[in-house]
Write a protein that binds this ligand. Structure first.
Ligand SMILES: Cc1cc2nc3c(=O)[nH]c(=O)nc-3n(C[C@H](O)[C@H](O)[C@H](O)COP(=O)(O)OP(=O)(O)OC[C@H]3O[C@@H](n4cnc5c(N)ncnc54)[C@H](O)[C@@H]3O)c2cc1C
Length: 463
């Protein structure tokens, strides 16, 4: 830790011909300040993040990743890793340093007979969904199709199939990783088992993952899913309905929900249901929910799984300004509902919402220490999502999200989902790992003692 990232080594590294030498060792390309594509190359999903890296290395293959890590190690340059560029904190981008970009390594191959997919380090959720659905297969991923698949998996991976098949990381069969010292390792139950434990929730702390193989499951291609929309005058009843219905749901059913602003400018409540099973069984399970209260709209029906996985994309436009703060809940009590109903209407942007992402089911059947992902007992990940466009409105939108978060804090669990953490500091990273933190810190010391990979939700190497 004493020398990696030190200013003098870093400045020295950028002065000589080292960058040219680095460029020549890559099959991929390098973008630097002054190149015409520089501004596009340094832009990421969250428009709040405005950083100016010294080098963006677009890796074309595993050797490029190894060369990039070697360059980072030799020069001490501050280094970040980017796949989908979706992290809310913008941890994939660094000021004045090296960005190792994997977005061109996005191939997904499927072995339909064994129901296994292999995704490269820069694949997006959409890449896995498309390739696996071509064979009527799927595994758990998230709700926004252009999110990076590998980083989502390394932090856990919450999605609509999670209650039936577990987190994305629970479906990880093996990972190929390049560690800080340049070793290319395979991690699985059979090989480097402790590293495999840490990769299932421990984030990007142990190296750069260039491929993951996943267990797939039969699904679709058409599934039963969609939203029920309630107007604000029914919000209390609708929240109670969702709380009761989701708490009693079978593992095949996932019901996310959100307080939203409706197209007419009024506020409302939306329940998004997804049934991972036979269509007629889903109709039967969902009937009591659909009949319970008058809706403004009932949009539940058959839909292709790939289309469903893209349906949320429009809610998160690339380049808009985003801020959120997440926490887990065990249940949605009347006190939680009241806190939300009292505060939601002050939302400054009609694009913003407050969401409950349902977990539990198969996720909760795995013991909390069986993988690095510890928050197995939660029933919902809950968070205000502030979305706006004007920098002048930053303060109001951030303030609203913080207020919503604070209002629920007394009812929330201690843990937090590491993939939804912003720049919230070491204590929240420790809270994300709870009783697994010490074991992760020991693993970090083994694979990255100098903390080369520190622009992430950082686990400090044990001393
Ligand atoms: C709109 C939106 C919706 C989301 N929905 C969900 C959801 O439904 N479920 C869910 O679980 N999460 C969800 N997330 C959170 C998401 O899982 C994290 O933001 C994740 O970090 C995104 O990965 P990325 O590759 O796009 O991000 P990046 O910003 O590119 O990477 C984030 C960090 O991951 C690490 N990293 C990236 N690639 C690698 C790699 N190949 N090897 C090692 N480390 C790597 C680096 O530390 C990097 O800083 C959502 C995020 C957004 C913005």
């Amino acid at each position: 830790m004493a020398t990696v990232g030190s200013k003098s080594r870093y400045e020295e590294s950028l002065q000589g011909n080292r960058i040219e030498g680095f460029r020549q060792r890559l099959s991929g390309t390098i973008v630097r300040p002054g190149n015409p594509e520089y501004d596009a190359a340094r832009s990421i999903w969250n428009g709040m993040i405005d950083r100016r890296p010294a080098i963006i290395a677009y890796c074309a293959n595993v050797n490029d990743v190894t060369q990039s890590i070697a360059f980072a190690r030799e020069t001490g340059i501050l280094t970040s890793v980017r796949s989908g560029g979706h992290n809310i904190a913008g941890s994939s981008l660094c000021d004045g340093g090296l960005v190792i970009d994997l977005s061109r390594m996005n191939k997904v191959t499927v072995d339909p007979e064994n129901r296994i997919a292999r995704a490269e380090g820069g694949a997006l959720l959409a890449d896995l969904d498309a390739a696996s659905q071509a064979h009527g297969l799927a595994t758990t991923t998230g709700v926004n199709s252009d999110t990076g698949l590998i980083a989502l998996t390394l932090g856990g991976g919450i999605g609509r199939l999670g209650r039936k098949h577990g987190l994305s990381c629970d479906n990880m069969l093996s990972a190929e990783i390049i560690t800080a010292d340049g070793q290319v390792l395979t991690a699985s139950e059979q090989e480097n088992a402790e590293l495999f434990w840490g990769l299932r929730g421990g984030g990007g702390n142990f190296g750069i993952v260039t491929a993951i193989t996943y267990q797939l499951h039969p699904l679709g291609p058409t599934v039963l899913a969609g939203s029920l929309i309630y107007d604000w005058k029914r919000v209390r009843d609708a929240l109670r309905l969702h709380a009761e219905f989701s708490a009693a749901a079978p593992d095949e059913l996932c019901t996310d929900a959100a307080l939203v602003t409706l197209p007419d400018g009024g506020h409302g409540f939306a329940i998004s249901a997804f049934y991972a099973g036979a269509m007629d069984e889903g109709e039967r399970v969902l009937r009591p929910l659909r009949d319970a209260l008058p809706t403004v709209e009932d949009r539940i029906g058959p839909i292709s799984y790939v289309q469903l996985q893209r349906a949320g994309d429009a809610s998160f436009p690339r380049g808009y300004r985003f801020y959120w703060k997440a926490q887990f809940l065990r249940e949605i009590t009347p006190a939680v509902a009241k806190a939300l109903i009292d505060r939601f209407p002050s939302v400054p942007s009609s694009k913003s919402f407050f969401v409950f992402q349902q977990v539990g089911g198969a996720i909760a059947k795995v013991p909390p220490t069986a993988t690095a992902y510890v928050n197995r007992r939660a029933a919902y990940d809950s968070f205000p999502v502030s979305i706006w466009t004007e920098p002048a409105a930053d303060q109001a939108n951030i303030f609203w999200a913080r207020e919503m978060y604070a209002a629920l804090r007394p009812f929330a669990m201690d843990g937090v989902y590491v993939n939804n953490l912003g720049d919230e500091g070491d204590d929240r990273v420790k809270a994300a790992y709870g009783e697994n933190y010490t074991r992760l810190a020991a693993l970090k010391r083994k694979y990255d003692p100098d903390n080369l990979f520190r622009l992430n939700q950082n686990i400090r190497p044990a001393v």
